[in-house]
Structure formats: C-alpha cells, structure tokens
Design a protein around this ligand. Structure first.
Ligand code: NAD
Length: 462
C-alpha cells in the first residue's frame, strides 16, 4: 500500500528541495542538460508504456498518444537542449547618460522551488512540458499529476523517480487532500493547469505567500465559420480539432460554432459526411476516439445534453453508453444561450452551432462572454481574418485551422482573463520559471557632485 502523504511529508519535501536548490546544483548547465536528457530517455524508451497508460485512463488512440503527448514532448525537450545556452545567456541592456559609465544586463535567474499541478486530459504533455521549463530555468520542481488519470499519474511517478535527480525533482501523487497540503507550503512559483474554478483556489493559496502563478485554464473556445471558406477542409479540421483531440476533452477544443443561418445547413451536412468518413457509420464503435474520462464527467455531459430545449436541438449523434463511457460526436443547432451547454465549458464530444444573422454579429457574441483560451475563424476573406485577429481577445487565435498553434514553440501558449494568466512553450517556458534580474555594473568614474547633499542650485550649473 502506498504511504499516505501527510503535512509532515510536505514540509520535509520542501526542506529537502530547498537544501538542494540552495546548494546551487540545479543552477548549473550540466545539471539542467542531464535532467532534460533523462526526460528524453523517458519519451524514447517508454513510449509503449505511456501509450498503454493513456489507453487505460482515456482509451486514447495510439496515434493520438504518440503524436500529441510523446512527440510534442520530444520536440519540446530537444528545443530546450538546443537553445538552453542561448536562453541562459544574460541579455545586454542599453545604458543611458544618467548611469554613464556603466554596463547593464538582464540575468535569467531560477526562481527556486516550483510546483506544477497538472490536469488529466493530456496527462503526460501537461505534466512534463512545464517541468521542462522549470528544469531548463534551473529550478527544483515538484509535480502533482491529476488523480483522474491514475495509470498515467503512477507511471509518471515511477519513471521520474527512476530517471531524475530525486534531490531536486519529485512527483507527489494524489487528489485534493495532497494538493491542499502542497499548497500550504511557500513555493517560488505555482504552475497550474486545470479548470478556472480550481484556478481560483490555487491563486488564493498562492496569495498567502505572495507566490506568483501561471494559470493555464480553460473556457469556451469559439469557431467562426464564414460562408466564404473551403467547406470540406473546414469540416475536416473542425472534426479533427474536436473529436480527434481526446474526444473534445481538450482545453483548446472547439466549444461552439458561430455561423450564419443560411450557411449552417451546408456546414452541418459537410460535417456529418466527414464524421462518417472518419469514424464510420457507428462512431460509438470507433477505436479512433478517446472515451469520456469517468462517470462524473459522463453524467455532467449527459445533463447538458438532456436539458429542456437542448435535447431536441440535436442534428447529429446524441447516442450515449454509460457503461463504456462513450458519447457519440454530437452536433446541435441553436441551443438556448442560457442553457448549461452554453454557460459552461463543454469539455467533451458535444458541439453546438449557433446561428447569427450577419457574421459580424458573431464577434459580439464572443465579446459578450469571458475571454476564451482560443478563438478560431475559417474564411478566405483577408479583411475578416485581420479584423478577427486584431479585435477578438483570446489566449490565442488560429485562422483556418484548430489547435495547431499549440505545436509552435515560437508562440506563447496561455490564456487571458478567465482563461488564465502567464504562458509557456519554447522560450516562454524558460521565462515563466525565471526571474529577469536587472544587473547594472557601474564604474567609479563619472561621480557627479549633483547627486550628493548638500543640494544646491549652483551644482546644477556645474
Ligand atoms: P481540475 O481543475 O479539476 O484539476 C486540475 C488539478 O487540480 C488536478 O491535479 C487536481 O488534483 C487539482 N485539484 C482539483 N481540485 C482541487 C482542489 N479543490 N484544491 C486543489 N487542487 C485541486 O481540472 P481538470 O478537470 O483536471 O481539467 C479540466 C480543465 O482544465 C478544463 O477547464 C480545461 O479547459 C482545463 N485545461 C486547461 C489547459 C491549458 O493548457 N490551458 C490544458 C488542459 C486542461
């Protein structure tokens, strides 16, 4: 039986990691590189176990696991290994007459001991990717994976314990009790991925110690579809971005579509056609789609679907199988704006389409709601693309595709407003776990009398 994690364990953990961080071991390039290489070994040597754990937790298709969890991590680690010295090098800063003669630089300093709390939907990616940033930046780190993906959580704990330096990198498994004990400690940064509701608990706990946070939250990410689009590609990409990414259980999954009344039937027909091409006549039997994570989430989604004035808006799908935790890809047309489905993040295989009179009205619908983590537009209209990108506030915007911005490490990944704060990926991960320290080297020269008392107007004329 695994030992229960208690308050004393949390304080002991902090003492051990603090000792290790204070020894300076994690600051060295050598240590950072060695730990990153160990993470790479985990990806390279243990992919079959990772795929199996993801299948156990979510029935995630092998290809999705290999590409969206393992390959993305491999890219992230390789980029960190390649760029580490560049990222670590101080940036020269300009000086001015006021400080002359002097030189100045911005030094990226590790923050100390950081906590990464992760979610269940991409349990490897969302756990290891922030850890890559924490290690690259020279921190000691504790990872708390999600208890809702138990096979992944225990594999993460096993592999990280086997490969990484236990004096500075640790995994604590558990749920609310364990996370609460961890949150009582004084961290130098907390990086949290999960819902906005729990994000508030994390931020409240962090505030007690003035600990900075990165909150990678969720929200309702809209997709605007213009009639001037490539319909076939649009339908395929929406489907791949919704049901092909963990069956809609992804933070940047399309949550709802906005299109015009005239165009909706064409879009629905095209999506039905492509859904059948992707998943066959009975999508419930497809092996190419993850299942719902657990019965609580199944019931939450069922409640949304069964609500009055919603269930009769289904235009495709709607089948459910609680025993096997499956819900068919389901498209709905014009569900009420005050329904559960339009009030909460769906985070599952349901996709409502809302119709607007004029496509421009869709901008107002998006603006009237909390800022989403992602916003998508499909169009061939250049002016519309620009207007969307410049006037819609979201964590990220993609035109003519879904979710692909996540795979580009030159772009920051993070939310705005209720979808989160802070960002990561590539150099942004390194920066998220670094303090940008201002360092100014002053010469003894240029010691102007004006700065010293006794002050006098006369000195100004010197
Ligand atoms: P969640 O908020 O339920 O749980 C996330 C983590 O918080 C888990 O590790 C869990 O153990 C911990 N936790 C849960 N309750 C807690 C409590 N009371 N006190 C302290 N810790 C607690 O989120 P989830 O269901 O795992 O993930 C789904 C949500 O996460 C969705 O909203 C989704 O959009 C969002 N998400 C965001 C991103 C992103 O990168 N922005 C990625 C994945 C998921």
């Amino acid at each position: 039986m695994t030992k229960v994690f208690e308050a004393a364990d949390a304080t002991n953990l902090m003492t051990e990691l603090r000792r290790s961080f204070d020894s300076g071991v994690t600051r060295g390039t050598e240590w950072r590189v060695s730990q990153l290489k160990k993470l790479l070994i985990i990806c390279d040597n243990h992919e079959p176990e990772i795929v199996a754990a993801l299948h156990h937790d979510l029935a995630k298709p092998e290809l999705e696991s290999s590409v969206y969890e393992v390959a993305l991590l491999r890219n992230s680690i390789n980029l960190a290994l390649k760029q580490l010295k560049v990222w670590m090098a101080p940036d020269k800063a300009k000086t001015s007459l006021t400080t002359f003669p002097a030189s100045a630089e911005i030094v990226s300093e590790p923050l100390g001991i950081v906590l990464v709390i992760s979610a269940w939907n991409y349990p490897f990616l969302l756990s290891i990717d922030p850890v890559i940033g924490a290690i690259s930046a020279g921190n000691a780190v504790v990872l708390k994976p999600s208890e809702l993906a138990p096979a992944s959580s225990s594999l993460l704990a096993k592999l990280m314990e086997q490969y990484l330096d236990p004096s500075a990198v640790r995994v604590v498994e558990g749920a609310v009790t364990e996370t609460t004990l961890l949150l009582e400690q004084k961290w130098d940064k907390i990086f949290y991925t999960g819902s906005s509701k729990i994000g508030r608990i994390i931020m409240t706990a962090a505030a007690k110690h003035l600990t900075p946070v990165v909150l990678e939250l969720g929200g309702k990410s809209p997709v605007v579809v213009d009639s001037n689009t490539n319909l076939k590609v649009t339908a395929k990409r929406i489907i791949a971005g919704k049901w092909g990414c963990n069956n809609g259980q992804a933070c940047i999954s399309p949550d709802y579509i906005l299109t015009t009344k005239d165009y909706a039937p064409k879009l629905i027909d095209a999506m039905k056609h492509e859904l059948e091409t992707f998943y066959g006549k009975n999508a419930m039997e497809s092996k190419d789609m993850s299942r719902i994570v657990n019965s609580n989430h199944f019931d939450r989604l069922s409640k949304m679907l069964e609500e009055k004035e919603v269930s009769d808006k289904i235009v495709c799908g709607g089948q459910k199988d609680r025993e096997n935790l499956k819900i068919a890809p389901t498209i709905l047309l014009d569900v009420p704006l005050d329904s559960l489905m339009m009030s909460e993040e769906i985070f599952g295989p349901l996709l409502p389409i809302l119709t607007v009179k004029d496509l421009e009205d869709s901008f107002d619908v998006i603006r009237s709601r909390p800022k989403p983590l992602a916003a998508y537009l499909f169009t061939q209209n250049e002016k519309l693309k620009e207007r969307f990108a410049m006037t819609i506030s979201a964590g990220g915007i993609v035109v003519n595709d879904i979710a692909v911005h996540l795979a580009l490490p030159t772009l920051p990944f993070g939310g705005v407003g209720e979808s989160g704060m802070g960002s990561y990926h590539g150099k942004f991960s390194f920066d998220a776990f670094s303090h940008k320290k201002a360092v100014l080297y002053k010469s003894f020269m240029g010691d102007s009398a004006i700065r010293y008392a006794p002050y006098s107007r006369g000195k100004l004329r010197l």
